[in-house]
Design a protein around this ligand. Structure first.
Ligand code: URA
Length: 241
């Protein structure tokens, strides 16, 4: 990788700023001063310093966001704020993207990473990673709905969903439920309830596999995944080797 790209990616300034840093002699690779921005380095093998301090290279970033209900799960949009817009610039530098999509009005657990392989595996229907949602439903959710969801329901386009686990938390004319699905069809939870004649009025993702949303995170807040959380995701998607 070019040294100017590496340093810009690691937050040492824009490519232009990095160029003058190099020119000024502040950058060394394996203790040799490097002045040309075109110099190629292998950040995993070579020792790079800026003003005598080691550049801690990292390729991937893994973030857990408590998505608010007014931002898009996209990397850019001409009209709306996206989940990338609300990250700090030092995290945006890594060019993360959302793992799967939540509707604009859906809140809760959204992972953001620049690790394409992990993102792909987490969203692949083959991997069967459960996504658990809390929802408020306009209408009384019944045991019959639980049975229908456990078999799979037919959506408006004729698609029959995979079995899903519905738990009724509160059943009244405004019910509260938890639902775990292993696929991610467009508006899936909302459409599954429409299939049984009910309407989702609030939706929040609370878990992916056994990884819960950190309830310490307020809406719009995020943090890096812990090593243990990341290891868990790598394990369930068989990426360990
Ligand atoms: N199902 C939905 O209907 N919307 C979401 O955002 C996620 C799952």
């Amino acid at each position: 990788m070019r040294i100017d790209k590496l340093l810009a990616n690691m937050g040492y300034g824009t490519r232009k700023e990095v160029k003058s840093l190099l020119k000024g002699g502040g950058v060394r690779v394996n203790n040799e001063p490097v002045k040309s921005p075109k110099t190629h380095v292998d950040p995993e093998k070579e020792h790079v310093t800026v003003m005598g301090k080691t550049v801690e290279y990292r390729k991937y970033i893994y973030l857990m966001l408590n998505k608010p209900g007014d931002v898009l799960s996209a990397t850019e949009d001409p009209h709306d704020l996206t989940v990338i817009d609300i990250l700090q610039p030092e995290d945006q530098i890594f060019e993360p993207f959302p793992v799967g999509r939540l509707d604009k009005d859906t809140e809760g657990l959204l992972l953001l990473t620049n690790d394409g392989q992990l993102a792909h595996r987490l969203t692949s229907p083959k991997k069967d990673v459960g996504k658990t949602y809390f929802a408020v439903i306009d209408g009384e959710v019944t045991e019959e709905d639980v049975r229908s969801f456990s078999k799979g329901v037919e959506l408006d386009d004729g698609y029959v969903t995979k079995p899903a686990e519905l738990t009724i938390l509160k059943s009244s004319n405004e019910s509260e439920i938890e639902l775990t699905i292993t696929e991610g069809k467009f508006h899936q939870v909302k459409r599954m309830f429409e299939a049984v004649g009910k309407h989702v009025t609030y939706l929040k993702r609370v878990k992916m596999g056994d990884l819960p949303l950190d309830e310490e995170l307020d809406l719009g807040e995020y943090r890096e995944l812990s090593d243990k959380e990341l290891e868990y995701l790598l394990t369930i998607t068989n990426l360990q080797d």
